[in-house]
Design a protein around this ligand. Structure first.
Ligand code: GLA
Length: 375
């Protein structure tokens, strides 16, 4: 009897402490807590728990994904994306880990483009080019946060108003990014953007993945597929030359599974120029799933599904081990990779590429899904 009362009271204590914590449960699948303050605005950490009991974390600083905790083939859970334990490290750490990147993901040559005869100049922050929307791009903004209470699955909406000429780009823009963490272990990213002046736009998410678990070795043994028959080769400044090069017979052919490391050291000029893979793959858009990533040792499997015309596959070539991530583990050279669904780099200077122009009255809508499972 005594034991039963004790047990019962333990259950009650557990229930009370859970609700005090505002812990993410299925009844309350999104927990929002203060993480810090940046430029006078509150930065939150949002913990989303789906019905499988799997957890992702987001923050409104850069509308980022900071944590993706999914099981391996033995059911052992681990976080497989890059981020930091402390708020300060996140603010001062890598600019793009998990962030929504805009207004223009990737590079614009020499930071210049012309629209209707007007030349626009952007901040130069990457060699001679402008990268990822400039130093004050969307990755560094504190977004408005809304937890969608009535959603079927954990859902968070981040919104941002980007004023006319911010980082050199024309038009007042409204940006809305909706994250849904589904019960099938999918991160669904819905983007919506409008402008009041003709402008250019290329939005992506810059999450780094390591399916062993973030900070656990490199990604060279990850098996990758990309449903792409051609890629856009680059010059020595990582700017597309304008050509589309067939991948067949090259280290860029991931239309059948290959490990990332298998050909990365090949004597192939584009690999030398990129320091590894850092290229836009033109998607065939012929199948539902556009890219897959598999780690044979843990069995973790990721599928990427997008309506965007390209994927920038970046093999973490600029990581140097200087950034210390979760649990004190450094982010070493090629210890994470990105599959950034997007338009082609430098499109405003390449009329032959799909257009990135957005006009007033139009709404740019796009969806990318990262789906996690085991094989
Ligand atoms: C993108 C670029 C890379 C690099 C990373 C950020 O993937 O293509 O060259 O700039 O972002 O480090």
């Amino acid at each position: 009897m005594m034991k039963r009362i004790l047990l019962l009271s333990l259950v009650i204590v557990a229930a009370v402490s859970t609700s005090c914590n505002n812990s993410a449960t299925n009844k309350n699948p999104v927990r929002q807590e203060l993480f810090g303050n940046h430029k006078g605005k509150e930065v939150y950490l949002l913990t989303l728990t789906n019905k499988e009991g799997n957890v992702i974390r987001l923050t409104n600083f850069g509308a980022r994904i900071t944590w993706i905790e999914v099981p391996d083939k033995d059911g052992k859970k681990d976080n497989i994306t890059f981020g930091f334990d402390e708020f300060e490290s996140m603010i001062n750490g890598d600019r793009y880990f998990g962030a929504v990147v805009g207004r223009y993901a990737n590079r614009i040559a020499k930071g210049k483009f012309t629209l209707d005869g007007v030349e626009y100049s952007l901040p130069i922050n990457n060699g001679v080019n402008s990268l990822h929307g400039g130093p004050g791009g969307w990755h560094s903004s504190v977004w408005e946060t809304e937890v969608v209470k009535k959603a079927e699955e954990p859902t968070v909406v981040f919104t941002l108003k980007s004023p006319d000429m911010e980082e050199g780009y024309p038009g007042n823009m409204n940006i809305k990014v909706t994250y849904t963490w589904t019960d099938k272990n999918e991160i669904v990213l819905d983007y919506e953007c409008t402008t009041d002046k003709k402008t250019v736009l290329n939005i992506t998410n810059h999450a780094y993945f390591n399916l062993h678990g973030a900070g656990n070795g490199d990604i060279l043994d990850h098996v990758l597929t990309i449903q792409s028959s051609a890629f856009t080769p680059v010059d020595s400044n990582l700017i597309p030359t304008g050509e589309s090069l067939p991948v067949a017979g090259t280290p860029f052919d991931f239309s059948t599974p290959h490990t990332v490391g298998e050909r990365i050291m090949d004597e192939f000029q584009q690999l030398k120029l990129g320091g590894g893979y850092d290229h836009n793959f033109i998607l065939d858009n012929a199948s539902e799933v556009d890219a897959t990533l598999y780690d044979p040792s843990t069995g973790r499997y990721m599928e990427v599904i997008t309506d965007q015309p390209g994927i920038q596959f970046y093999s973490g070539n600029f990581l140097k081990g200087t950034l210390i991530g979760y649990g004190g583990k450094p982010y070493n050279y090629r210890s994470g990779l990105c599959l950034e669904t997007q338009h082609f780099p430098d499109s405003p200077n390449h009329p032959e590429f799909p257009t990135t122009v957005l006009n007033p009255g139009e709404t740019m809508k796009s969806t990318t899904i990262y789906r996690f499972s085991v094989k």
